[in-house]
Ligand binder design. Structure first.
Ligand SMILES: [Zn+2]
Length: 335
Protein backbone atom coordinates (compact mmCIF):
# COMPACT_ATOMS: atom_id res chain seq x y z
CA UNK A 1 0.00 0.00 0.00
CA UNK A 2 1.02 3.61 -0.50
CA UNK A 3 2.95 5.00 2.44
CA UNK A 4 1.21 8.34 2.63
CA UNK A 5 3.90 10.14 0.68
CA UNK A 6 2.45 9.52 -2.76
CA UNK A 7 -0.73 11.45 -3.56
CA UNK A 8 -3.92 9.57 -4.28
CA UNK A 9 -7.33 10.62 -5.56
CA UNK A 10 -9.54 12.40 -3.03
CA UNK A 11 -13.23 12.15 -3.95
CA UNK A 12 -13.95 15.27 -1.89
CA UNK A 13 -11.26 17.47 -3.47
CA UNK A 14 -11.85 15.85 -6.89
CA UNK A 15 -8.11 15.62 -7.51
CA UNK A 16 -4.95 13.85 -6.32
CA UNK A 17 -3.93 15.04 -2.88
CA UNK A 18 -1.47 13.95 -0.21
CA UNK A 19 -2.76 12.04 2.77
CA UNK A 20 -1.68 10.88 6.18
CA UNK A 21 -2.21 7.46 7.72
CA UNK A 22 -3.86 7.66 11.12
CA UNK A 23 -5.54 5.35 13.61
CA UNK A 24 -9.25 5.52 14.19
CA UNK A 25 -11.68 3.55 16.35
CA UNK A 26 -14.82 1.87 15.12
CA UNK A 27 -17.58 0.37 17.26
CA UNK A 28 -19.25 -2.78 16.16
CA UNK A 29 -21.76 -5.17 17.65
CA UNK A 30 -21.08 -8.85 17.12
CA UNK A 31 -23.45 -11.44 18.63
CA UNK A 32 -24.96 -8.77 20.88
CA UNK A 33 -21.58 -7.73 22.25
CA UNK A 34 -20.02 -4.36 21.54
CA UNK A 35 -16.45 -4.18 20.32
CA UNK A 36 -14.07 -1.31 19.68
CA UNK A 37 -11.59 -1.90 16.89
CA UNK A 38 -8.62 0.33 16.11
CA UNK A 39 -8.03 0.60 12.38
CA UNK A 40 -5.78 2.47 9.97
CA UNK A 41 -7.32 5.26 7.98
CA UNK A 42 -6.03 7.66 5.28
CA UNK A 43 -6.88 11.31 5.85
CA UNK A 44 -6.64 13.86 3.04
CA UNK A 45 -4.17 16.58 4.00
CA UNK A 46 -6.19 19.17 2.10
CA UNK A 47 -9.77 18.62 3.22
CA UNK A 48 -9.39 16.24 6.19
CA UNK A 49 -11.76 13.64 4.74
CA UNK A 50 -11.11 9.89 4.81
CA UNK A 51 -9.74 8.63 1.52
CA UNK A 52 -10.14 5.25 -0.07
CA UNK A 53 -6.60 4.04 -0.72
CA UNK A 54 -5.97 0.80 -2.63
CA UNK A 55 -5.01 -2.00 -0.24
CA UNK A 56 -6.31 -0.24 2.85
CA UNK A 57 -9.43 -2.37 3.06
CA UNK A 58 -7.38 -5.58 3.25
CA UNK A 59 -5.29 -4.10 6.03
CA UNK A 60 -8.43 -3.05 7.92
CA UNK A 61 -9.90 -6.54 7.64
CA UNK A 62 -6.69 -8.02 9.00
CA UNK A 63 -6.60 -5.49 11.84
CA UNK A 64 -10.18 -6.26 12.79
CA UNK A 65 -9.61 -10.00 12.62
CA UNK A 66 -6.50 -9.89 14.81
CA UNK A 67 -8.11 -7.65 17.41
CA UNK A 68 -11.25 -9.74 17.59
CA UNK A 69 -9.19 -12.92 18.06
CA UNK A 70 -7.08 -11.29 20.78
CA UNK A 71 -10.15 -10.00 22.65
CA UNK A 72 -11.99 -13.31 22.49
CA UNK A 73 -8.93 -15.55 22.98
CA UNK A 74 -9.44 -17.18 19.58
CA UNK A 75 -6.48 -19.02 18.08
CA UNK A 76 -4.58 -17.05 15.43
CA UNK A 77 -4.21 -18.21 11.84
CA UNK A 78 -0.45 -18.54 12.39
CA UNK A 79 -1.07 -20.97 15.23
CA UNK A 80 -3.44 -23.05 13.09
CA UNK A 81 -0.68 -23.24 10.46
CA UNK A 82 1.75 -24.29 13.23
CA UNK A 83 -0.49 -27.23 14.04
CA UNK A 84 -0.08 -28.49 10.48
CA UNK A 85 3.69 -28.02 10.78
CA UNK A 86 4.40 -29.55 14.13
CA UNK A 87 2.21 -32.62 13.58
CA UNK A 88 3.23 -33.14 9.94
CA UNK A 89 -0.39 -33.30 8.96
CA UNK A 90 -2.58 -31.94 6.15
CA UNK A 91 -5.66 -29.74 6.54
CA UNK A 92 -8.26 -32.46 5.95
CA UNK A 93 -6.70 -35.11 8.21
CA UNK A 94 -6.14 -32.48 10.91
CA UNK A 95 -9.81 -31.53 10.74
CA UNK A 96 -10.83 -35.15 11.14
CA UNK A 97 -8.34 -35.82 13.91
CA UNK A 98 -9.67 -32.86 15.88
CA UNK A 99 -13.21 -34.18 15.45
CA UNK A 100 -14.25 -31.36 13.05
CA UNK A 101 -15.79 -31.63 9.59
CA UNK A 102 -13.31 -32.49 6.86
CA UNK A 103 -13.06 -28.95 5.38
CA UNK A 104 -13.25 -26.99 8.63
CA UNK A 105 -9.52 -26.32 9.02
CA UNK A 106 -9.24 -25.31 5.35
CA UNK A 107 -12.03 -22.79 5.94
CA UNK A 108 -10.27 -21.41 9.01
CA UNK A 109 -7.13 -20.94 6.96
CA UNK A 110 -9.20 -19.05 4.40
CA UNK A 111 -10.14 -16.61 7.13
CA UNK A 112 -13.27 -18.00 8.70
CA UNK A 113 -13.41 -17.36 12.45
CA UNK A 114 -13.43 -20.52 14.59
CA UNK A 115 -15.91 -20.85 17.45
CA UNK A 116 -14.46 -20.57 20.95
CA UNK A 117 -14.92 -24.32 21.54
CA UNK A 118 -13.11 -25.35 18.38
CA UNK A 119 -10.47 -22.73 18.98
CA UNK A 120 -9.82 -24.14 22.45
CA UNK A 121 -9.39 -27.64 21.04
CA UNK A 122 -6.80 -26.36 18.55
CA UNK A 123 -4.97 -24.33 21.20
CA UNK A 124 -4.75 -27.32 23.48
CA UNK A 125 -3.52 -29.56 20.65
CA UNK A 126 -0.82 -26.99 20.00
CA UNK A 127 0.42 -27.03 23.57
CA UNK A 128 0.15 -30.70 24.34
CA UNK A 129 1.37 -33.55 22.12
CA UNK A 130 -0.23 -35.91 24.62
CA UNK A 131 -3.67 -34.38 24.09
CA UNK A 132 -3.14 -34.45 20.34
CA UNK A 133 -2.25 -38.14 20.49
CA UNK A 134 -5.46 -38.79 22.38
CA UNK A 135 -7.45 -37.07 19.63
CA UNK A 136 -5.57 -38.92 16.90
CA UNK A 137 -6.34 -42.26 18.53
CA UNK A 138 -9.96 -41.36 19.11
CA UNK A 139 -10.51 -40.38 15.48
CA UNK A 140 -8.11 -42.85 13.93
CA UNK A 141 -10.77 -44.66 11.90
CA UNK A 142 -11.89 -41.44 10.21
CA UNK A 143 -8.42 -40.59 8.94
CA UNK A 144 -6.23 -42.33 6.39
CA UNK A 145 -3.72 -44.72 7.92
CA UNK A 146 -0.66 -42.95 6.49
CA UNK A 147 -1.74 -39.58 7.83
CA UNK A 148 -2.52 -41.12 11.21
CA UNK A 149 0.86 -42.81 11.48
CA UNK A 150 2.77 -39.72 10.40
CA UNK A 151 0.99 -37.50 12.89
CA UNK A 152 1.41 -39.96 15.79
CA UNK A 153 5.11 -40.20 15.00
CA UNK A 154 5.42 -36.40 15.03
CA UNK A 155 3.55 -36.24 18.34
CA UNK A 156 5.84 -38.92 19.80
CA UNK A 157 8.91 -36.94 18.76
CA UNK A 158 7.46 -33.82 20.28
CA UNK A 159 6.83 -35.64 23.53
CA UNK A 160 10.43 -36.82 23.57
CA UNK A 161 11.54 -33.27 23.10
CA UNK A 162 9.60 -32.18 26.10
CA UNK A 163 10.97 -34.59 28.65
CA UNK A 164 12.75 -31.77 30.39
CA UNK A 165 11.42 -30.31 33.63
CA UNK A 166 8.70 -27.65 33.64
CA UNK A 167 11.15 -25.28 35.29
CA UNK A 168 13.75 -25.78 32.60
CA UNK A 169 11.11 -25.27 29.91
CA UNK A 170 9.96 -22.08 31.57
CA UNK A 171 13.53 -20.79 31.81
CA UNK A 172 14.22 -21.52 28.15
CA UNK A 173 10.93 -19.98 27.04
CA UNK A 174 11.66 -16.82 28.97
CA UNK A 175 15.24 -16.72 27.73
CA UNK A 176 14.06 -17.02 24.12
CA UNK A 177 11.70 -14.16 24.69
CA UNK A 178 14.43 -11.92 26.10
CA UNK A 179 17.10 -12.66 23.50
CA UNK A 180 17.16 -11.69 19.84
CA UNK A 181 18.84 -14.94 18.95
CA UNK A 182 20.67 -17.69 20.72
CA UNK A 183 22.71 -20.63 19.44
CA UNK A 184 22.65 -24.06 21.11
CA UNK A 185 26.20 -23.52 22.43
CA UNK A 186 25.39 -20.13 23.97
CA UNK A 187 22.13 -21.50 25.41
CA UNK A 188 24.01 -24.23 27.30
CA UNK A 189 26.37 -21.76 28.90
CA UNK A 190 23.62 -19.29 29.75
CA UNK A 191 21.62 -22.05 31.47
CA UNK A 192 24.69 -22.96 33.49
CA UNK A 193 25.23 -19.36 34.62
CA UNK A 194 21.54 -19.01 35.41
CA UNK A 195 21.65 -22.11 37.58
CA UNK A 196 24.87 -21.02 39.31
CA UNK A 197 23.72 -17.49 40.03
CA UNK A 198 20.32 -18.69 41.20
CA UNK A 199 21.95 -21.11 43.63
CA UNK A 200 24.35 -18.48 44.93
CA UNK A 201 21.58 -15.94 45.45
CA UNK A 202 18.76 -18.15 46.70
CA UNK A 203 20.56 -21.27 47.99
CA UNK A 204 18.40 -23.51 45.81
CA UNK A 205 18.66 -25.01 42.35
CA UNK A 206 16.52 -23.27 39.74
CA UNK A 207 15.86 -26.44 37.74
CA UNK A 208 16.45 -30.10 38.67
CA UNK A 209 18.49 -31.17 35.60
CA UNK A 210 22.10 -32.20 36.12
CA UNK A 211 24.84 -30.49 34.19
CA UNK A 212 27.58 -32.53 32.51
CA UNK A 213 31.20 -31.55 31.95
CA UNK A 214 31.61 -32.00 28.23
CA UNK A 215 34.69 -31.15 26.24
CA UNK A 216 33.14 -27.82 25.20
CA UNK A 217 31.96 -26.84 28.64
CA UNK A 218 28.96 -27.50 30.88
CA UNK A 219 26.04 -29.10 29.06
CA UNK A 220 22.47 -29.97 30.00
CA UNK A 221 22.18 -33.11 27.92
CA UNK A 222 18.41 -33.27 27.50
CA UNK A 223 18.38 -29.67 26.36
CA UNK A 224 21.28 -30.37 24.05
CA UNK A 225 19.28 -33.14 22.38
CA UNK A 226 16.37 -30.76 21.92
CA UNK A 227 18.32 -28.26 19.84
CA UNK A 228 21.04 -30.41 18.33
CA UNK A 229 19.78 -29.90 14.77
CA UNK A 230 20.48 -26.17 14.88
CA UNK A 231 24.23 -26.81 15.19
CA UNK A 232 25.91 -23.38 15.16
CA UNK A 233 22.83 -21.49 14.00
CA UNK A 234 20.39 -19.51 16.11
CA UNK A 235 17.56 -21.66 17.40
CA UNK A 236 14.38 -21.15 15.41
CA UNK A 237 11.77 -23.86 15.29
CA UNK A 238 8.00 -23.84 15.16
CA UNK A 239 7.85 -26.67 17.66
CA UNK A 240 9.04 -24.32 20.33
CA UNK A 241 5.81 -22.44 20.32
CA UNK A 242 5.10 -25.04 22.99
CA UNK A 243 7.80 -23.43 25.10
CA UNK A 244 6.48 -19.92 24.81
CA UNK A 245 3.20 -21.05 26.34
CA UNK A 246 5.12 -21.95 29.47
CA UNK A 247 6.75 -18.65 30.21
CA UNK A 248 4.14 -17.50 32.71
CA UNK A 249 5.21 -20.32 35.03
CA UNK A 250 8.45 -18.56 35.96
CA UNK A 251 8.63 -17.04 39.46
CA UNK A 252 9.83 -13.45 39.81
CA UNK A 253 13.09 -14.40 41.51
CA UNK A 254 13.86 -16.65 38.59
CA UNK A 255 13.00 -13.98 36.03
CA UNK A 256 15.42 -11.62 37.76
CA UNK A 257 18.23 -14.14 37.46
CA UNK A 258 17.52 -14.75 33.77
CA UNK A 259 17.39 -10.98 33.15
CA UNK A 260 20.76 -10.55 34.87
CA UNK A 261 22.36 -13.29 32.83
CA UNK A 262 20.83 -12.09 29.54
CA UNK A 263 22.08 -8.55 30.12
CA UNK A 264 25.61 -9.65 31.06
CA UNK A 265 26.64 -13.04 29.68
CA UNK A 266 23.96 -12.80 26.98
CA UNK A 267 26.03 -10.25 25.08
CA UNK A 268 28.79 -12.76 24.33
CA UNK A 269 29.12 -15.49 21.72
CA UNK A 270 28.87 -19.14 22.65
CA UNK A 271 32.64 -19.45 22.09
CA UNK A 272 33.45 -16.59 24.47
CA UNK A 273 31.18 -18.12 27.09
CA UNK A 274 32.93 -21.44 26.58
CA UNK A 275 36.27 -19.76 27.31
CA UNK A 276 34.83 -18.45 30.58
CA UNK A 277 33.48 -21.82 31.70
CA UNK A 278 36.79 -23.47 30.77
CA UNK A 279 38.52 -21.36 33.41
CA UNK A 280 35.97 -22.08 36.13
CA UNK A 281 36.55 -24.56 38.90
CA UNK A 282 33.41 -26.75 38.65
CA UNK A 283 34.07 -27.71 35.03
CA UNK A 284 37.83 -28.04 35.56
CA UNK A 285 37.30 -30.31 38.58
CA UNK A 286 34.82 -32.51 36.77
CA UNK A 287 37.18 -32.81 33.80
CA UNK A 288 40.22 -33.65 35.94
CA UNK A 289 42.24 -36.41 34.32
CA UNK A 290 40.74 -35.82 30.86
CA UNK A 291 42.86 -34.65 27.94
CA UNK A 292 41.83 -31.43 26.16
CA UNK A 293 40.26 -33.27 23.24
CA UNK A 294 38.93 -36.16 25.27
CA UNK A 295 35.16 -36.49 25.55
CA UNK A 296 33.76 -36.96 29.04
CA UNK A 297 30.41 -37.65 30.61
CA UNK A 298 30.71 -36.57 34.22
CA UNK A 299 28.08 -34.75 36.23
CA UNK A 300 29.22 -31.42 37.65
CA UNK A 301 27.77 -31.71 41.19
CA UNK A 302 25.23 -28.99 41.95
CA UNK A 303 27.05 -28.38 45.23
CA UNK A 304 30.24 -27.53 43.34
CA UNK A 305 28.39 -25.07 41.13
CA UNK A 306 26.76 -23.44 44.12
CA UNK A 307 30.00 -23.18 46.08
CA UNK A 308 31.81 -21.68 43.11
CA UNK A 309 29.22 -19.01 42.39
CA UNK A 310 29.03 -18.15 46.08
CA UNK A 311 32.76 -17.44 45.87
CA UNK A 312 32.21 -15.32 42.76
CA UNK A 313 29.46 -13.50 44.65
CA UNK A 314 31.84 -12.82 47.53
CA UNK A 315 34.60 -11.53 45.27
CA UNK A 316 32.72 -9.64 42.54
CA UNK A 317 29.11 -9.58 43.59
CA UNK A 318 26.63 -11.26 41.25
CA UNK A 319 23.44 -9.38 41.99
CA UNK A 320 23.92 -6.71 39.33
CA UNK A 321 24.83 -6.44 35.68
CA UNK A 322 27.81 -4.30 36.60
CA UNK A 323 29.25 -6.86 38.99
CA UNK A 324 28.80 -9.68 36.52
CA UNK A 325 30.42 -7.68 33.75
CA UNK A 326 33.44 -7.13 35.98
CA UNK A 327 33.71 -10.88 36.46
CA UNK A 328 33.33 -11.55 32.72
CA UNK A 329 35.91 -8.91 31.79
CA UNK A 330 38.45 -10.35 34.13
CA UNK A 331 37.85 -13.91 32.95
CA UNK A 332 38.19 -12.96 29.29
CA UNK A 333 41.23 -10.77 29.88
CA UNK A 334 43.07 -13.65 31.51
CA UNK A 335 42.11 -16.16 28.84
ZN1 LIG B 1 -9.47 16.01 0.01
Amino acid sequence: MANGKKPDFCTECRRRTEYELMKAVSKETIREKEYKFVYTTAICKECGQEMDIPGLLDINMKERDEQYRALEGIISMEDIKRLLDIYHIGKAPLSLALGFGEVTVARYLDGQMPSKDYSDIMKRALCSPEYMKGLLNKNKCKMGETAYKKAVKAADELEDLFRISDKMRAVIAYLFEQMQEVTPLALQKLLYFIQGIHMALFDAAFFPEDCYAWQHGPVYEKVYALFRDFKYNPIDDDRFVLFTRKKQELPNDGKKVVDLVVKSFGGYSGKALEIITHSEKPWLDARRGCGDKEPSHVVIPKEDIKEYFKEVAGKYGIDSEEHLNRYIDEKLRRA
